[in-house]
Design a protein around this ligand. Structure first.
Ligand SMILES: Cc1cc2nc3c(=O)[nH]c(=O)nc-3n(C[C@H](O)[C@H](O)[C@H](O)COP(=O)(O)O)c2cc1C
Length: 222
């Protein structure tokens, strides 16, 4: 079977999908001596952005918090029960939704066209269909759209962290008004999605294993 170039170039520490996905648990106590390089954090973020997004708007933005000073700023908006993750993780990757991502929409699709991946008619069709939708959208619509995109990339980040041999915890226990300015972003433009603490689990601490409802009780077939 042929592997795509993208698949071939990814050298993952843990390429066992079943283990990556089904053995993922929220880790809240990390080994504080483990430091993930900014290069690797950036690589994980880049890999996570292979996620799909509405109209390929990619309405996500990342803020990496990996110094004691930045962690203190984050704590000013975080709920206290999340301090252990903040203090012990190698880094927290905060995901914000970008409500202005459509302002570069024309550039994103023009590049796809210039790279000969779509023809001019398709380019015009995409821009003509979706651009007005976003340009005339309400703040609520843009917030929801960006929140969904951010959530999808967040899930990918949780999994890619495991594929890199790390553990993670998604958390949103913070003050929704204070968090965006606390991470240095403009609240007029960005909305909070989730924080992802990344590091290696502290093996001396228990990991909370959770259960799920029977999905059959939550599923309708229409
Ligand atoms: C959007 C979101 C917000 C969360 N917020 C917190 C949080 O503030 N603090 C925390 O310790 N865990 C938080 N979690 C982790 C959940 O508690 C956890 O995913 C859930 O209990 C299932 O456990 P598991 O991740 O180990 O499968 C959050 C998870 C998600 C997806």
């Amino acid at each position: 079977m042929m592997m795509s170039e993208a698949t071939e170039t990814k050298k993952l520490v843990n390429n066992d999908f079943s283990n990556v996905m089904f053995d993922r648990h929220s880790v809240r106590n990390f080994d504080p001596s483990v430091k993930i390089s900014r290069d690797e954090l950036q690589k994980m973020i880049s890999e996570a952005t292979s996620a799909p997004s509405a109209c390929n708007l990619q309405s996500w933005h990342f803020v990496v918090i990996d110094t004691p000073e930045a962690k203190e700023k984050l704590k000013s908006a975080a709920m206290k029960f999340n301090y252990p993750q903040i203090d012990s993780s190698s880094a927290i990757i905060f995901i914000a939704g970008d409500t202005q991502s459509h302002e570069v929409y024309r550039d994103v699709w023009t590049k796809v066209y210039k790279d000969s991946k779509i023809d001019k008619a398709r380019l015009d069709q995409i821009l003509g269909t979706f651009l007005p939708l976003y340009e005339n959208a309400s703040r609520d619509f843009l917030t929801l759209d960006a929140t969904i995109d951010g959530s999808v990339v967040g899930m990918q980040l949780l999994l890619i962290a495991r594929a890199h041999g790390y553990d993670a915890n998604a958390w949103s226990g913070y003050d929704f008004e204070k968090i965006i300015p606390a991470v240095g972003l403009d609240p007029k433009r960005f909305v909070p999605v989730m924080a992802v603490a990344v590091g290696k689990a502290d093996k001396s601490k228990d990991i909370l294993h959770t259960d799920r409802y029977d999905a059959k009780t939550l599923t309708d077939f229409l």
